[in-house]
Ligand binder design. Structure first.
Ligand code: FES
Length: 117
């Protein structure tokens, strides 16, 4: 079922909105490129709200002490133990095939953001 959650402008750049849809916790995130994504707002490790965590660019590096920010991957970092999840896919960075957060389709119609559960 499709739910209207907010106006697009209400999500500032890299802004987050935490809400309940059909009694399910959902976090809606606007990425740096302006796209909007929705994830289940529960960390699969111990269960806190991921929406309390920070959004950041993925940090990579080939050698110890050298870091680069990946401009194509933004992550939501769990506030408890810092597991990181790609905001586009919900996949964890450390075990993308095994540990992930459910994602929901998002559409934007006439400036309104909709999440489909
Ligand atoms: S509770 Fe989220 S990483 Fe541990």
């Amino acid at each position: 079922m499709k739910h209207r959650v907010c106006r697009y402008e209400a999500l500032e750049q890299t802004g987050k909105l935490a809400l309940q849809l059909d009694h399910k916790p959902v976090v809606v995130i606007r990425a740096h490129d302006g796209t909007v994504h929705a994830l289940r707002d529960v960390c699969p490790h111990k269960g806190p709200c991921l929406s309390a965590g920070m959004i950041d660019r993925n940090c990579t590096g080939d050698t110890t002490g050298e870091y680069q920010f990946d401009p194509d991957t933004e992550v939501l970092r769990c506030p408890w133990h810092s597991w990181e999840f790609d905001i586009r896919t919900g996949r964890s960075l450390f075990a993308p095939e095994k540990v992930r957060v459910k994602t929901y389709p998002v559409t934007i119609e006439d400036g309104d953001v909709f999440v489909d559960l």
